[in-house]
Design a protein around this ligand. Structure first.
Ligand SMILES: Nc1ncnc2c1ncn2[C@@H]1O[C@H](COP(=O)(O)OP(=O)(O)OP(=O)(O)O)[C@@H](O)[C@H]1O
Ligand SMILES: [Mg+2]
Length: 256
């Protein structure tokens, strides 16, 4: 895996909130043009790591580079430029409640690329169609959508502007199996031939194993396994085995 050119390179990243250490000395290389899954039990630090990559959190220690460019504090001009080619789906949706759906989807197109309103609306409607949402959805407000529809709008927004890097936090959690398949296919379609890179957090271990090339597993803020998904079956790493088998017994303590 390390022979691939890295799209994202993370070196020695530690993240603390006050005295609580959430990420500890993370080294990670996300290969360009490939799909990487980030898995791990609840509260293992997956979302915090993704927020460090997208510049929302600043690591306490260590560095993160995208295309060799250091991810700097949010607000910097370099950061804005860097993020123009990154599509992000937040776990909690993160839609603007006071903007209609199409403006949410087209936000990056109108705000940072200066696309004209009519064209941006058309483009938004195309991206909505790709996630199985009809054109009428465009003029609704996020509060008028079901949870699954909000998730699909979030994905449409992440895809807008043909990003070279997609950061997706649980793209299919809580969706029905048909939409889940459609979304997984959409992610594949959107990167086929474009050379785009995908990093997805997922709890769907079946999808992680079969739809992704590489996998990193976090546990209590540390990487406990990484490699090509093709190598998972042969691995006797107790963390990855427990994650695959979904057993309560193992190194991962299940807190209920
Ligand atoms: N802003 C914050 N301030 C303090 N602690 C935080 C903050 N954000 C996250 N944490 C803590 O960091 C830990 C990891 O959270 P994170 O959201 O990354 O988990 P996760 O792996 O994404 O879990 P899940 O699968 O449930 O989404 C948790 O203990 C959480 O309480
Ligand atoms: Mg999370």
């Amino acid at each position: 895996m390390n022979t691939h050119e890295p799209k994202i390179r993370i070196s020695g990243v530690t993240k603390r909130f006050g005295r609580k250490t959430v990420l500890e000395d993370i080294d990670m290389s996300v290969a360009k043009g490939r799909k990487t899954a980030l898995v791990g039990p609840a509260a293992s630090g997956k979302t915090v790591l993704m927020k460090c990559i997208s510049g929302i959190h600043v690591p306490t220690r260590g560095t993160i580079e995208i295309d060799g460019v250091r991810v700097t504090k949010a607000g910097g001009r370099d950061h804005t430029r860097l993020m123009q080619s990154v599509g992000v789906l937040f776990q909690q949706g993160g839609l603007f409640d006071d903007l209609p759906v199409w403006r949410n989807v087209a936000f990056k197109l109108t705000q940072t690329r200066g696309m004209a309103e009519a064209e941006a609306r058309e483009t938004a409607i195309e991206h909505l169609a790709a996630v199985n949402l009809p054109p009428e959805t465009a003029d609704l407000f996020p509060g008028e959508l079901s949870g699954g529809m909000q998730k699909r709008v979030g994905i449409a927004r992440a895809m807008a502007g043909d990003p070279s890097l997609l950061l997706l936090d649980e793209p299919t959690a809580g969706l029905d199996p048909i939409t889940t398949r459609a979304i997984n296919r959409l992610i594949d379609d959107s990167i086929r031939g474009t050379g785009a890179t995908v990093l997805s957090i997922t709890s769907d271990m079946e999808a992680a194993r079969h739809d992704y090339d590489d996998l990193y597993m976090l546990h209590e803020g540390r990487i406990v396994w990484h490699g090509e998904t093709a190598a998972i079956d042969a691995s006797d790493n107790p963390y990855i085995r427990q994650m695959i088998d979904g057993k309560a017994k193992g190194p991962i303590e299940v807190v209920v």
